[in-house]
Write a protein that binds this ligand. Structure first.
Ligand code: HEC
Length: 150
């Protein structure tokens, strides 16, 4: 073995290291994708209405004020677990009604409280939104958010 690191040796370390870590990166990416689809989300219950609800979420830019699973703006409450906060795990109909009542009552006009706009969503859109929030609440997030209030 050479006493010092030769130019060829350095190049081999560079290429070898790059290829090695690139392979690890590809492997972890594939694993994440597999894990998301098979373990952390429930693909069987991923219905059309859940997908439509996600589009309503995106079209109305709810994320400009809210976070969902930690992503978004920190002006308004986290909504990834709002379904659980509304008791949707034990009473899904009740949670649906609570969500509809909330959406209908905005803006609250209460002084000193942050305000949420009125979105004028139809009953069908509200049901899709509820399905989306219900489905999202069942994603395994490894205990995110750390408390119920989000
Ligand atoms: C301009 C900012 C803004 C946008 C955009 C916005 N919200 Fe809100 N939202 C708020 C604020 C502020 C609150 C908290 C109000 C309060 O506590 O009085 C809130 C609260 C809520 C709550 C109740 C949360 C809880 O824990 O009780 C729900 C549900 C909700 N928003 C849904 C939505 C949905 C769905 C959209 C998109 C269609 C949306 N919001 C878009 C500002 C916004």
């Amino acid at each position: 073995m050479a006493e010092r690191l030769t130019k060829t040796g350095a190049r081999n370390v560079f290429y070898g290291g790059s290829i090695f870590f690139f392979a690890i990166f590809v492997g972890l990416t594939a694993h994440s994708h597999y894990y998301i689809r098979t373990t952390s989300t429930d693909e069987k219950t991923l219905t059309d209405s859940v997908a439509r609800g996600k589009h309503i979420w995106e079209k109305n830019s709810c994320i400009n004020c809210h976070t969902i699973l930690g992503e978004g703006a920190y002006f308004a409450p986290e909504l990834g677990n709002v379904w659980k906060r509304y008791g949707g795990e034990s009473d899904p109909d009740g949670a649906r009604d609570t969500l509809k009542a909330w959406m209908a009552a905005q803006p609250s006009g209460i002084e000193g409280r942050r305000q949420m706009p009125q979105f004028h969503l139809s009953d069908e859109e509200l049901n899709d939104l509820a399905d989306f929030l219900d489905w999202t609440s069942r994603i395994k997030t490894q205990k995110w958010p750390p408390n119920e209030a989000g």
